[in-house]
Design a protein around this ligand. Structure first.
Ligand code: HEM
Length: 456
């Protein structure tokens, strides 16, 4: 129940929200940016003219919601109830003790020491991908997002399910996830159609698809158990790690839910991030040369490992700056459980609070020249210039992205492989616009030419 109104912040009138409803469906970031320019870092609006929401790009408010007073803010019904229908209940969409128990166990699979063990298998997978890519680029320009989807599906998929998961199975599961996500997106943006989706049998159709995807993953999990095969992958952690409280391991349905939730969480996020990274590198080729020089200086002829990848400080700065400008999650959402007050802003229970990441990364109180691509802002020591929650591509607080270490490792591996082998340019000079869906995608295909690198 709402208790009173959100107060002490500028408000988008309900009529305006309704008038902007169509634009909101097409490009919510453009609408949010218009409100932010007019009203400042924090404002309220009614989503679809209905749901009272506080949108904020103020890092102090975000820190309060995501960290200091996190127990008062749960993920919204969109992430929890809507998603349970297709994803079951796992770490992404549970709360309290159930979430913490899962999070602690799963976190074992994302520790640097474990990822270091996973890395050789990931290098083999990457090598195979690079040979296929090399064949493709010899034929002409390529669609970078499509390519990156292939790269991350295989890398993330194999890091979760291991070497023995067949590519065709991974692709089948990914196609099913993509259809279900498109359907979930329609349910979120057009909630009034939900009864019709049920009546017309569409919901049942997607439930069946979900069961088909589950069956493929389950066959693989069962084969791992019956064959007694051991691999350095995340599935092994799920199957073997005992819970601290009971000493028991995870049961099979939960292993299935968690592994699929992580595939959903980790595949398109990383491929979108990589697409924007390559787009920005092509627009700023001096950084391609800088990264290449750094790779030679830091790794040289040595094998890549978790340590030396992370010594590529200049490369990490480019990745961070790309995720500042184009954060794959452009927003996240929470709901206030009890009435709260943040820096004089009154937040009634039941209000949706939106940490608006895209706007936070462009908040002029935190960043200079917000639209300029300038990796130097991430130089050592300069983070003191801003609030710790001014840069949150992986979220913040205890629900920080569980896969962040894996994502950065894989992105670094891919960027290193590409700058070692290729110079690249955009086929077309026109800037690529954003298309914010669940994730921040490019509106049009990012087509690029790749030529063998000229080593100087
Ligand atoms: C560049 C790539 C990625 C980005 C930008 C990203 C971003 C995020 C963000 C912003 C959240 C927080 C959501 C919220 O608080 O509502 C999150 C959560 C999560 N991410 Fe990622 N993610 C990425 C890759 C991955 C990968 C590779 C995996 C696993 C294979 C993964 C697994 C998860 C999980 C399980 C959660 C939920 C954690 C929890 O609620 O405790 N992510 N991610």
């Amino acid at each position: 129940m709402l208790e009173g109104r959100i107060s002490n912040v500028p408000h988008v009138p309900r009529g305006r929200s309704l008038l902007d409803a169509r634009d909101m469906m097409r490009n919510p970031v453009a609408v949010f940016e218009k409100y932010r320019a007019r009203l400042g870092p924090t404002f309220t609006l009614h989503f679809g003219g209905v749901k009272a929401s506080l949108v904020s790009t103020d890092p102090a408010i975000l820190e309060h919601v995501l960290r200091s007073n996190r127990d008062n803010y749960e993920k919204s019904y969109i992430q929890v109830e809507r998603m349970v229908e297709f994803q079951g209940e796992g770490v992404v969409n549970t709360h309290g003790e159930a979430w913490l128990r899962q999070r602690r166990l799963l976190a074992q699979g994302f520790k640097p020491a474990y990822l270091d063990k996973l890395l050789p298998m990931q290098q083999d997978v990457l090598q195979g991908l690079m040979s296929d890519f090399d064949r493709d680029v010899r034929k002409g320009p390529v669609d970078v997002r499509r390519q990156m989807l292939r790269f991350t599906l295989r890398l993330v998929g194999k890091s979760l399910f291991g070497r023995t998961m067949r590519i065709e199975e991974l692709e089948q599961i990914a196609d099913i996830i993509a259809s279900i996500e498109a359907f979930a997106h329609r349910q979120i943006t057009q909630p009034w159609k939900i009864p019709w989706f049920r009546l017309s049998g569409q919901s049942a159709k997607y439930q069946q698809l979900r069961r088909d995807g589950d069956a493929i993953a389950l066959r693989h999990i069962r084969a791992r158990i019956t064959e007694g095969l051991r691999e350095n992958d995340i599935l092994q952690v799920l199957l073997e790690t005992p819970y601290q409280d009971t000493g028991q391991t995870m049961d099979e349905p939960l292993v299935l839910t968690e592994s699929l939730q992580m595939l959903v969480a980790g595949n398109q996020t990383s491929s979108n991030a990589l697409t924007w990274i390559f787009y920005l590198l092509a627009r700023h080729p001096k950084y391609i040369r800088e990264i290449r020089d750094e790779v030679v200086a830091v790794i040289g002829e040595n094998a890549i490992d978790y340590q030396n990848l992370h010594q590529l400080e200049g490369t990490v700065r480019v990745i961070d700056e790309a995720m500042r400008l184009f954060p794959p999650f452009w927003m996240i959402d929470r709901v206030a459980l009890k009435t709260d007050e943040i820096g004089g802003v009154h937040i009634p229970a039941g209000v949706m609070v939106i940490p608006y990441i895209y706007g936070t990364h462009r908040n002029p109180a935190q960043w200079e020249d917000v639209e300029t691509f300038d990796p130097r802002r991430f130089e050592r020591g300069r983070s003191k210039e801003r609030h710790p929650f001014a840069f949150i591509p992986f979220g913040g607080g205890p629900r920080l992205c569980l896969g962040a270490n894996l994502a950065v490792m894989q992105i670094l591996m891919i960027v290193v492989a590409f700058v070692r082998h290729y110079d690249f340019t955009l086929a077309n000079d026109e800037p690529v616009a954003i298309q914010p869906k669940m994730l921040l995608q490019p509106q049009s295909a990012v087509i690029m030419n790749f030529q063998a690198a000229k080593h100087t």
